[in-house]
Design a protein around this ligand. Sequence first.
Ligand SMILES: *[C@@H]1O[C@H](CO)[C@@H](O)[C@H](O)[C@H]1NC(C)=O
Ligand SMILES: *[C@@H]1O[C@H](CO)[C@@H](O)[C@H](O)[C@H]1NC(C)=O
Ligand SMILES: [Zn+2]
Length: 436
Amino acid sequence: MFFVSLLLCCVLSRGVYGDASASSQENEDFLVAPKYLNNGEIRSLFARLQEEYPHLARAYSIGKSLQKRDLNVLALSAPGEDASAGDLLRPVVKVTANIHGDETLGRQMIVYLAQYLVKNYENVGEIQQLLNTTEIHLLPSCNPDGFAAAKEGNCESLPHYIGRTNAAGVDLNRDFPDRLDSQQQIQQKSLNRQPETAAIIEWVLNKPFVLSANFHGGAVVASYPYDNSLAHHECCEDSLTPDDRVFKLMAHTYANNHPIMRKGNNCNDTFTDGVTNGAHWYELNGGMQDFNYAFSNCFELTIELSCCKYPPAKTLPGEWQRNKQSLLQLLKLAHIGVKGVVKDVNGYPIHDATIVVSGLEEKPIRTTRRGEYWRLLTPGIYNIQALAFGYQASAPQQIHVTNDKNVAQRLDFTLSPIETNYDGISSFYSPYFFRH
Ligand SMILES: *[C@@H]1O[C@H](CO)[C@@H](O)[C@H](O)[C@H]1NC(C)=O
Ligand SMILES: *[C@@H]1O[C@H](CO)[C@@H](O)[C@H](O)[C@H]1NC(C)=O
Ligand SMILES: [Zn+2]
């Protein structure tokens, strides 16, 4: 009898939580006595994790809020096979939350994720593999002042959006440069830009992120770009990126691994399979998601986690179990597609070269200072070219992407200089790209 029930327990836990080999040894002691950590507590926790796990964790701040609270980040990564090459071609990803200060669940999910990853690195192969090959940056709160003004248990925003906005009453998720803004509008916005937004913009432009999730609340759905559309209809019309296939894969990966989101029927909303295009749901200008995709190499999803914006802390452990697999599977998508290095004929890396994929020319990807690029792609046959100012374009390279391993396919380029003086500007230098 004893053995039968033991077996049943494990079969059940495999069904609900996915990775059964891991579940028996997982350390989730951080779920005991659940509470939302305030900003100072997050800062202390991250400092402590760095001290306890110096080989895995590094705490830093990307700046301060209006009321001088730190925007705390924990970066996680383990020395894997690429360590001797200085982690060359290791993709960098991020998870952020709480840009609306009263949408709090994602904030605490990120605090849990940080602890889950470091505490289980030793014993869970899946986590070891992820941290050995991926650099993960976690920003639990983009709006710590808003959070400090919000009230636990409030499912809707307070009057005048206290808590949703920052301390100056600005909705930070409307404060980013928008791909459809004119140069003049971008200039105008930058004059009044909030310190939280400015810090996030600098961070996104200066780290080579390839994939990102940002958490919200008030619905349960995975929403993919664009949020803004040329049509400027309030809703109900898709506004799709050239990389729609990758974004749909990301959104479905999150939703399908979430037992409630995937049903698509929550909070009196209906979203087929728990995913939606942002503009189809409701249109917005100046959001962080569109900014990431249009102004950097980072493919970002907006993920709404709960009907109630600030649910009671006792719901946190259950929510962690619902979101854990979704998070892990989403982060692994940093390894789909193609990656490589662009060098000159002397073997020096070329910074700011563009990688152009046939059919996806509208979204060139730029190389890092070390000449690295990552091009997320769904399975298929692609022609890929590298271009750089002052160099002859590479011949298009055909590659068959299968995504059947946990590592992107490698495709390097070597470019020869142009002999004569070149006074044109490559059309691949998009005016939107890296413009503040
Ligand atoms: C992670 O990297 C370490 C150090 O290189 C190695 O010993 C370990 O086997 C790796 N784990 C996995 C799952 O690849
Ligand atoms: C859903 O709609 C019903 C009827 O309009 C309402 O009573 C209920 O509070 C709504 N539920 C949510 C979660 O908004
Ligand atoms: Zn929100």
